[in-house]
Design a protein around this ligand. Structure first.
Ligand code: NAI
Length: 343
Protein backbone atom coordinates (compact mmCIF):
# COMPACT_ATOMS: atom_id res chain seq x y z
CA UNK A 1 0.00 0.00 0.00
CA UNK A 2 1.36 3.40 -0.96
CA UNK A 3 0.64 6.27 1.42
CA UNK A 4 1.04 9.99 0.71
CA UNK A 5 2.01 11.58 4.03
CA UNK A 6 1.23 15.30 4.19
CA UNK A 7 2.63 18.03 6.46
CA UNK A 8 5.62 15.78 7.23
CA UNK A 9 8.11 17.01 9.81
CA UNK A 10 11.48 15.51 10.69
CA UNK A 11 10.13 14.31 14.04
CA UNK A 12 7.41 12.24 12.29
CA UNK A 13 9.70 10.04 10.25
CA UNK A 14 11.63 7.81 12.72
CA UNK A 15 8.50 6.33 14.31
CA UNK A 16 6.62 5.93 10.99
CA UNK A 17 9.69 4.28 9.41
CA UNK A 18 9.92 1.92 12.40
CA UNK A 19 6.28 0.79 12.30
CA UNK A 20 5.88 0.64 8.50
CA UNK A 21 9.07 -1.39 7.95
CA UNK A 22 8.11 -4.86 6.69
CA UNK A 23 4.38 -4.07 6.87
CA UNK A 24 3.79 -3.73 3.13
CA UNK A 25 3.13 -0.02 3.58
CA UNK A 26 5.45 2.40 1.82
CA UNK A 27 5.29 6.09 2.70
CA UNK A 28 6.21 9.14 0.67
CA UNK A 29 6.61 12.23 2.83
CA UNK A 30 5.38 15.60 1.54
CA UNK A 31 6.28 18.69 3.55
CA UNK A 32 3.31 20.58 2.14
CA UNK A 33 -0.06 20.52 3.87
CA UNK A 34 -2.96 18.71 2.24
CA UNK A 35 -5.50 21.11 0.76
CA UNK A 36 -7.35 21.70 -2.52
CA UNK A 37 -4.13 22.97 -4.16
CA UNK A 38 -1.96 20.03 -3.13
CA UNK A 39 -4.38 17.07 -3.23
CA UNK A 40 -3.17 16.26 -6.77
CA UNK A 41 0.15 15.12 -5.25
CA UNK A 42 -1.69 12.05 -3.97
CA UNK A 43 -2.12 10.70 -7.51
CA UNK A 44 -0.91 7.10 -7.68
CA UNK A 45 -1.20 6.53 -3.92
CA UNK A 46 -3.70 4.31 -2.12
CA UNK A 47 -4.24 6.46 0.97
CA UNK A 48 -3.33 9.84 2.42
CA UNK A 49 -2.07 10.46 5.93
CA UNK A 50 -2.97 13.89 7.33
CA UNK A 51 -2.54 15.96 10.49
CA UNK A 52 -4.43 18.68 12.35
CA UNK A 53 -3.83 21.59 9.98
CA UNK A 54 -4.43 19.74 6.72
CA UNK A 55 -7.76 20.79 5.22
CA UNK A 56 -9.89 17.87 4.13
CA UNK A 57 -12.89 19.76 2.81
CA UNK A 58 -15.38 18.76 0.12
CA UNK A 59 -13.02 19.83 -2.70
CA UNK A 60 -10.17 17.69 -1.34
CA UNK A 61 -12.46 14.71 -0.75
CA UNK A 62 -13.77 14.97 -4.32
CA UNK A 63 -10.21 15.17 -5.67
CA UNK A 64 -9.15 12.14 -3.64
CA UNK A 65 -12.12 10.07 -4.88
CA UNK A 66 -11.39 11.19 -8.44
CA UNK A 67 -7.82 9.88 -7.91
CA UNK A 68 -9.23 6.57 -6.65
CA UNK A 69 -8.13 7.16 -3.05
CA UNK A 70 -10.61 5.81 -0.53
CA UNK A 71 -8.80 6.33 2.78
CA UNK A 72 -7.81 9.35 4.85
CA UNK A 73 -5.69 8.22 7.79
CA UNK A 74 -5.58 11.06 10.31
CA UNK A 75 -2.59 10.82 12.63
CA UNK A 76 -4.42 12.85 15.27
CA UNK A 77 -7.49 12.53 17.49
CA UNK A 78 -9.52 15.58 16.41
CA UNK A 79 -11.28 15.50 13.03
CA UNK A 80 -12.76 19.01 12.89
CA UNK A 81 -10.58 19.65 9.81
CA UNK A 82 -12.52 17.01 7.84
CA UNK A 83 -15.88 17.72 6.22
CA UNK A 84 -17.36 14.59 7.76
CA UNK A 85 -20.75 15.05 6.12
CA UNK A 86 -19.12 15.05 2.69
CA UNK A 87 -16.68 12.27 3.57
CA UNK A 88 -19.49 9.90 4.57
CA UNK A 89 -19.88 7.23 1.91
CA UNK A 90 -16.94 8.58 -0.11
CA UNK A 91 -13.77 7.98 1.90
CA UNK A 92 -12.87 6.08 5.05
CA UNK A 93 -11.66 8.45 7.75
CA UNK A 94 -9.40 6.79 10.32
CA UNK A 95 -7.95 8.49 13.37
CA UNK A 96 -5.74 7.92 16.40
CA UNK A 97 -8.24 8.37 19.23
CA UNK A 98 -5.63 8.43 22.00
CA UNK A 99 -1.90 8.70 21.60
CA UNK A 100 -1.02 10.09 24.95
CA UNK A 101 -3.55 11.93 27.04
CA UNK A 102 -0.67 12.41 29.50
CA UNK A 103 1.34 14.41 26.95
CA UNK A 104 -1.46 16.95 26.49
CA UNK A 105 -2.61 17.11 30.12
CA UNK A 106 0.97 17.47 31.36
CA UNK A 107 1.58 20.26 28.83
CA UNK A 108 -1.54 22.05 30.06
CA UNK A 109 -0.19 21.91 33.61
CA UNK A 110 3.30 22.96 32.43
CA UNK A 111 1.76 26.04 30.79
CA UNK A 112 -0.29 26.84 33.88
CA UNK A 113 2.69 26.60 36.25
CA UNK A 114 4.90 28.57 33.87
CA UNK A 115 2.30 31.29 33.67
CA UNK A 116 1.29 31.70 37.29
CA UNK A 117 4.85 31.35 38.68
CA UNK A 118 6.23 33.62 35.93
CA UNK A 119 8.85 31.03 34.92
CA UNK A 120 8.97 32.46 31.39
CA UNK A 121 9.96 35.83 32.83
CA UNK A 122 12.38 34.43 35.42
CA UNK A 123 14.19 32.31 32.81
CA UNK A 124 14.94 35.32 30.63
CA UNK A 125 15.92 37.47 33.62
CA UNK A 126 18.41 35.02 35.09
CA UNK A 127 20.08 34.48 31.71
CA UNK A 128 20.77 38.23 31.83
CA UNK A 129 22.02 37.94 35.46
CA UNK A 130 18.95 39.91 36.57
CA UNK A 131 18.11 38.24 39.86
CA UNK A 132 15.40 40.67 40.94
CA UNK A 133 12.13 39.10 42.09
CA UNK A 134 10.00 42.20 41.51
CA UNK A 135 6.99 41.34 39.34
CA UNK A 136 7.41 37.57 39.73
CA UNK A 137 4.83 37.05 42.50
CA UNK A 138 2.60 34.08 41.72
CA UNK A 139 -0.16 32.28 43.60
CA UNK A 140 -0.61 28.79 45.08
CA UNK A 141 -2.65 26.27 43.10
CA UNK A 142 -3.51 24.45 46.33
CA UNK A 143 -7.06 25.28 47.35
CA UNK A 144 -7.94 27.01 44.08
CA UNK A 145 -10.89 25.94 41.91
CA UNK A 146 -10.17 24.60 38.45
CA UNK A 147 -12.96 24.19 35.89
CA UNK A 148 -12.38 21.41 33.38
CA UNK A 149 -14.46 21.55 30.20
CA UNK A 150 -14.50 18.09 28.60
CA UNK A 151 -13.85 15.09 30.81
CA UNK A 152 -12.69 12.58 28.22
CA UNK A 153 -9.25 10.99 28.14
CA UNK A 154 -7.21 14.20 28.43
CA UNK A 155 -9.60 16.01 30.78
CA UNK A 156 -9.51 13.06 33.21
CA UNK A 157 -5.71 13.00 33.36
CA UNK A 158 -5.72 16.77 33.87
CA UNK A 159 -8.23 16.36 36.71
CA UNK A 160 -5.96 13.78 38.40
CA UNK A 161 -2.98 16.13 38.07
CA UNK A 162 -4.99 19.01 39.57
CA UNK A 163 -6.11 16.84 42.45
CA UNK A 164 -2.45 16.11 43.14
CA UNK A 165 -2.01 19.84 43.64
CA UNK A 166 -4.88 19.93 46.15
CA UNK A 167 -7.26 21.85 43.91
CA UNK A 168 -11.06 21.78 43.92
CA UNK A 169 -12.23 20.47 40.57
CA UNK A 170 -15.46 21.44 38.80
CA UNK A 171 -16.32 19.79 35.48
CA UNK A 172 -18.61 20.41 32.57
CA UNK A 173 -19.20 17.87 29.81
CA UNK A 174 -21.97 17.40 27.29
CA UNK A 175 -22.00 13.73 28.30
CA UNK A 176 -21.01 13.53 32.01
CA UNK A 177 -19.26 10.33 33.01
CA UNK A 178 -20.20 8.19 36.03
CA UNK A 179 -16.56 7.13 36.36
CA UNK A 180 -15.48 10.76 36.75
CA UNK A 181 -18.35 11.44 39.19
CA UNK A 182 -17.49 8.35 41.23
CA UNK A 183 -13.94 9.61 41.60
CA UNK A 184 -15.35 12.70 43.33
CA UNK A 185 -15.48 15.31 40.59
CA UNK A 186 -18.51 17.57 40.68
CA UNK A 187 -20.29 18.20 37.36
CA UNK A 188 -21.86 21.64 37.11
CA UNK A 189 -23.46 23.72 34.36
CA UNK A 190 -21.14 25.65 32.05
CA UNK A 191 -22.34 28.93 33.62
CA UNK A 192 -21.52 27.73 37.14
CA UNK A 193 -18.11 26.52 36.03
CA UNK A 194 -17.35 29.88 34.43
CA UNK A 195 -18.54 31.81 37.51
CA UNK A 196 -16.72 29.73 40.16
CA UNK A 197 -13.41 28.75 38.60
CA UNK A 198 -10.08 30.45 39.22
CA UNK A 199 -8.60 28.49 36.33
CA UNK A 200 -10.43 27.07 33.30
CA UNK A 201 -8.96 24.40 31.06
CA UNK A 202 -10.53 23.27 27.77
CA UNK A 203 -10.42 19.56 26.90
CA UNK A 204 -13.39 19.08 24.57
CA UNK A 205 -13.38 18.66 20.79
CA UNK A 206 -14.34 21.49 18.44
CA UNK A 207 -17.75 20.89 16.92
CA UNK A 208 -20.22 23.03 15.00
CA UNK A 209 -22.09 23.81 18.23
CA UNK A 210 -19.23 24.86 20.50
CA UNK A 211 -17.24 27.17 18.23
CA UNK A 212 -16.37 30.26 20.33
CA UNK A 213 -17.86 28.69 23.45
CA UNK A 214 -15.48 31.03 25.29
CA UNK A 215 -16.68 34.33 23.85
CA UNK A 216 -17.10 37.84 25.28
CA UNK A 217 -20.22 36.82 27.21
CA UNK A 218 -18.56 33.75 28.71
CA UNK A 219 -15.43 35.71 29.66
CA UNK A 220 -17.57 38.41 31.32
CA UNK A 221 -19.17 35.70 33.49
CA UNK A 222 -15.78 34.51 34.76
CA UNK A 223 -14.11 35.55 38.00
CA UNK A 224 -11.94 38.61 37.52
CA UNK A 225 -8.37 37.41 37.01
CA UNK A 226 -9.33 33.96 35.72
CA UNK A 227 -6.57 31.94 34.03
CA UNK A 228 -7.62 30.30 30.77
CA UNK A 229 -5.82 27.28 29.31
CA UNK A 230 -6.60 26.04 25.82
CA UNK A 231 -4.79 22.92 24.59
CA UNK A 232 -7.81 21.67 22.59
CA UNK A 233 -8.71 23.63 19.47
CA UNK A 234 -8.24 27.33 18.81
CA UNK A 235 -11.76 28.10 17.64
CA UNK A 236 -13.23 27.13 21.01
CA UNK A 237 -12.07 30.59 22.09
CA UNK A 238 -12.96 33.88 20.39
CA UNK A 239 -9.43 35.32 20.22
CA UNK A 240 -10.60 38.92 19.76
CA UNK A 241 -12.82 38.63 22.83
CA UNK A 242 -9.93 37.12 24.79
CA UNK A 243 -7.67 40.00 23.79
CA UNK A 244 -10.31 42.53 24.90
CA UNK A 245 -10.75 40.70 28.22
CA UNK A 246 -6.99 40.67 28.79
CA UNK A 247 -6.83 44.42 28.11
CA UNK A 248 -9.75 44.98 30.49
CA UNK A 249 -7.87 42.94 33.17
CA UNK A 250 -10.88 40.59 33.33
CA UNK A 251 -8.68 37.64 32.32
CA UNK A 252 -5.56 37.37 34.49
CA UNK A 253 -3.58 35.11 32.17
CA UNK A 254 -4.00 32.82 29.19
CA UNK A 255 -2.05 29.74 28.11
CA UNK A 256 -2.69 28.87 24.49
CA UNK A 257 -1.33 25.84 22.68
CA UNK A 258 -3.85 26.33 19.87
CA UNK A 259 -5.15 29.34 17.98
CA UNK A 260 -8.11 29.68 15.66
CA UNK A 261 -6.02 30.88 12.69
CA UNK A 262 -3.02 28.66 13.43
CA UNK A 263 -3.08 26.56 10.26
CA UNK A 264 -0.84 28.82 8.15
CA UNK A 265 1.56 29.60 10.99
CA UNK A 266 1.98 26.85 13.54
CA UNK A 267 4.55 24.09 12.94
CA UNK A 268 6.57 26.47 10.70
CA UNK A 269 9.52 28.82 11.36
CA UNK A 270 8.11 32.28 10.64
CA UNK A 271 10.86 34.10 12.54
CA UNK A 272 12.10 35.93 9.44
CA UNK A 273 8.67 37.10 8.39
CA UNK A 274 6.36 39.93 9.35
CA UNK A 275 3.38 38.45 11.16
CA UNK A 276 0.22 39.50 9.31
CA UNK A 277 -2.15 38.31 12.03
CA UNK A 278 -2.53 41.35 14.30
CA UNK A 279 -4.61 39.51 16.87
CA UNK A 280 -2.00 36.80 17.36
CA UNK A 281 0.82 39.37 17.41
CA UNK A 282 -1.00 41.37 20.11
CA UNK A 283 -1.79 38.23 22.14
CA UNK A 284 1.86 37.14 22.02
CA UNK A 285 2.98 40.64 23.07
CA UNK A 286 1.05 40.40 26.34
CA UNK A 287 3.17 39.59 29.42
CA UNK A 288 0.43 37.34 30.80
CA UNK A 289 -0.13 35.22 27.69
CA UNK A 290 1.96 32.19 26.81
CA UNK A 291 1.62 30.71 23.34
CA UNK A 292 3.05 27.36 22.28
CA UNK A 293 2.49 26.19 18.72
CA UNK A 294 0.28 23.12 19.05
CA UNK A 295 3.05 21.32 20.87
CA UNK A 296 1.08 19.59 23.62
CA UNK A 297 1.10 16.21 21.84
CA UNK A 298 4.82 16.29 21.11
CA UNK A 299 6.43 13.64 23.30
CA UNK A 300 8.44 10.60 22.19
CA UNK A 301 5.75 8.37 23.71
CA UNK A 302 2.96 10.06 21.76
CA UNK A 303 4.88 9.98 18.45
CA UNK A 304 5.42 6.22 18.87
CA UNK A 305 1.72 5.66 19.60
CA UNK A 306 0.63 7.84 16.68
CA UNK A 307 2.77 5.91 14.20
CA UNK A 308 1.87 2.47 15.57
CA UNK A 309 -1.88 3.16 15.59
CA UNK A 310 -1.91 4.84 12.16
CA UNK A 311 -0.06 1.92 10.53
CA UNK A 312 -2.33 -0.61 12.30
CA UNK A 313 -5.43 1.35 11.22
CA UNK A 314 -4.35 1.19 7.57
CA UNK A 315 -3.46 -2.52 7.77
CA UNK A 316 -6.72 -3.45 9.50
CA UNK A 317 -8.82 -1.56 6.98
CA UNK A 318 -7.04 -3.04 3.99
CA UNK A 319 -7.13 -6.60 5.39
CA UNK A 320 -10.66 -6.74 6.80
CA UNK A 321 -12.45 -3.68 5.40
CA UNK A 322 -13.09 -2.58 9.01
CA UNK A 323 -11.19 -0.55 11.55
CA UNK A 324 -12.22 0.26 15.13
CA UNK A 325 -10.73 3.74 14.73
CA UNK A 326 -12.88 4.72 11.79
CA UNK A 327 -14.92 7.89 12.25
CA UNK A 328 -18.12 8.19 10.32
CA UNK A 329 -20.95 10.64 9.95
CA UNK A 330 -24.34 9.34 10.98
CA UNK A 331 -27.34 10.62 12.90
CA UNK A 332 -26.31 14.22 12.18
CA UNK A 333 -22.87 14.10 13.82
CA UNK A 334 -19.50 12.45 13.43
CA UNK A 335 -18.88 9.41 15.59
CA UNK A 336 -16.53 6.48 16.01
CA UNK A 337 -17.76 3.37 14.26
CA UNK A 338 -16.91 -0.25 14.74
CA UNK A 339 -18.06 -3.19 12.66
CA UNK A 340 -20.48 -0.93 10.84
CA UNK A 341 -22.07 0.37 14.07
CA UNK A 342 -21.73 4.00 15.18
CA UNK A 343 -21.11 5.13 18.75
P1 NAI B 1 -12.20 12.59 24.23
O1 NAI B 1 -13.07 12.30 23.07
O2 NAI B 1 -11.64 11.47 25.03
O3 NAI B 1 -12.95 13.58 25.23
C1 NAI B 1 -13.66 14.71 24.82
C2 NAI B 1 -14.73 15.02 25.84
O4 NAI B 1 -15.37 16.23 25.46
C3 NAI B 1 -15.81 13.94 25.93
O5 NAI B 1 -16.02 13.57 27.28
C4 NAI B 1 -17.03 14.61 25.32
O6 NAI B 1 -18.24 14.15 25.89
C5 NAI B 1 -16.77 16.06 25.67
N1 NAI B 1 -17.52 17.00 24.81
C6 NAI B 1 -17.88 16.86 23.52
N2 NAI B 1 -18.53 17.96 23.09
C7 NAI B 1 -18.57 18.80 24.17
C8 NAI B 1 -19.12 20.09 24.36
N3 NAI B 1 -19.76 20.75 23.39
N4 NAI B 1 -18.99 20.65 25.58
C9 NAI B 1 -18.35 20.00 26.58
N5 NAI B 1 -17.81 18.78 26.45
C10 NAI B 1 -17.91 18.19 25.25
O7 NAI B 1 -11.01 13.51 23.65
P2 NAI B 1 -9.56 13.74 24.26
O8 NAI B 1 -8.63 12.69 23.78
O9 NAI B 1 -9.67 13.98 25.71
O10 NAI B 1 -9.14 15.08 23.50
C11 NAI B 1 -9.80 16.30 23.73
C12 NAI B 1 -9.37 17.29 22.68
O11 NAI B 1 -7.98 17.64 22.86
C13 NAI B 1 -9.42 16.77 21.22
O12 NAI B 1 -10.71 16.87 20.68
C14 NAI B 1 -8.46 17.69 20.52
O13 NAI B 1 -9.17 18.81 20.06
C15 NAI B 1 -7.49 18.12 21.63
N6 NAI B 1 -6.14 17.61 21.44
C16 NAI B 1 -5.11 18.53 21.39
C17 NAI B 1 -3.81 18.11 21.22
C18 NAI B 1 -2.68 19.09 21.20
O14 NAI B 1 -1.56 18.72 20.82
N7 NAI B 1 -2.87 20.33 21.60
C19 NAI B 1 -3.49 16.68 21.04
C20 NAI B 1 -4.64 15.79 21.16
C21 NAI B 1 -5.92 16.26 21.34
Amino acid sequence: MKVAFFDAKEYDRPSFEKYSRGSGISIKYFETKLNADTAELAAGFDAVCAFVNDVIDAAVIDKLTELGIGTVALRCAGFNNVDMKHAYGRVHVLRVPAYSPYAVAEHAMALLLTSIRRIHKAYIRSRDFNFSLVGLTGFDLHGKTVGVIGTGKIGRVFIDICRGFGMRVLAYDKYPSDEVKNKGTEYVSLDTLLRESDIISLHCPLTEENRHMIDAEALAMCKKGVVLINTSRGALVDAEALLAAIKARQVGAACLDVYEEESDLFFEDNSGHILEDDTLARLISMPNIIVTSHQAFLTEDALENIAETTINNLLLLSESGKCPNEVCFKHGEARDCKDGKCF
